[in-house]
Design a protein around this ligand. Structure first.
Ligand code: ZN
Length: 303
């Protein structure tokens, strides 16, 4: 009996001992695994680069007052351009920096260029940074009624309908709005631009005429007007201009090159040049007194 008890006690001790050993081994493996994880994490080059990237981005955003949190037209791809433009233009608030760079004002006209997006829609932007292919001809060009236009004046159908409606309503108030230059093909613009360059030199011609491919007239959405008497360059002095100033946006047209937006549009003031953008955009632009460039840079995703 006594012997048996002794053996029993030994077995119990052995089991406890083994249990402790297992616990220790388990503990040690956990610790080793943990250390291993830490080491591989710190040494993984990809993760290190990512970590660094985040801090670089944070630093850049800080330089721009973290304005990305306040506006939805902050374009992360433009971040280095924003920063270098801000360094050169300390006079502007950061929000203006973002707008100006989105408008490409940090780039050189006719050099840093892209093909225009939103072809055949009222959102298409054509200027000294966005060009149309020489073969581009807008869809659905139609003649404007001769009641409201010189011969062979064509606009895209939606713009043509809106123009006729506008001219008709103006005529009900004894005002004459006549389209005198509308859709112009690439080749037509080649001749026109060359003629201007011959007369005024390239530098001056660039202030008032689009180079071929860069003229909004090739979209079939732009129209130059006059009142049938006064030269179009004096359109501003006419009653028709005053009427259009009040009402053009109601028909979807905007004054495309306003006096106070020369830096943004890249063109001198043209009281006679209107652009069809549709009623919604025209209303917004009129109410906020902004250029189409600013509208495009802040309201339209350029992709
Ligand atoms: Zn024009």
């Amino acid at each position: 009996m006594i012997r048996k008890r002794k053996i029993r006690i030994k077995w119990k001790n052995l089991i406890i001992f083994l249990f402790i050993i297992v616990l220790i081994i388990f503990g040690i493996t956990r610790i080793i695994k943990g250390i291993n994880k830490l080491i591989t994490k710190d040494n993984n080059p990809k993760q290190i680069i990512e970590k660094k990237k985040i801090t670089d981005l944070d630093k850049k955003l800080e330089k721009l007052d973290n304005i990305n949190k306040e506006i939805d037209y902050f374009i992360e791809d433009n971040i280095d351009r924003y920063i270098s433009y801000k360094e050169k233009h300390t006079e502007y608030p950061t929000i203006q920096i973002i707008k100006n760079v989105n408008m490409n004002l940090d780039l050189e006209p006719y050099k840093d260029i892209k093909e225009a997006n939103y072809l055949n829609t009222e959102k298409v932007l054509v200027n000294k940074y966005y060009y149309l292919d020489k073969d581009y001809i807008p869809l659905n060009l139609q003649d404007i009624s001769k009641k409201y236009a010189l011969n062979n004046m064509k606009l895209v159908n939606v713009a043509k309908d809106a123009f006729e409606e506008m001219a008709k309503d103006a005529s009900n108030e004894k005002l004459k709005i006549i389209a005198m230059s509308t859709y112009r093909s690439y080749d037509y613009q080649v001749n026109l631009y060359n003629k201007y360059v011959k007369t005024d030199g390239k530098e001056k011609a660039d202030t008032y005429s689009g180079r071929p491919g860069y003229s909004e007239h090739q979209t079939g959405l732009a129209v130059d007007v006059y009142n049938g008497k006064t030269n179009y360059t004096n359109f501003e002095s006419t009653k028709e201009f005053d009427w259009m100033d009040k009402h053009a946006h109601e028909y979807g047209f905007i004054l495309r090159f306003p006096k106070d937006k020369v830096d943004e549009t890249g063109y001198v003031y043209e009281s006679w040049h209107y652009r069809y953008v549709g009623k919604d955009i025209a209303k917004y632009i009129k109410e906020h007194n902004i250029s189409f460039e600013e509208y495009y840079a802040t309201m339209i995703k350029d992709s």
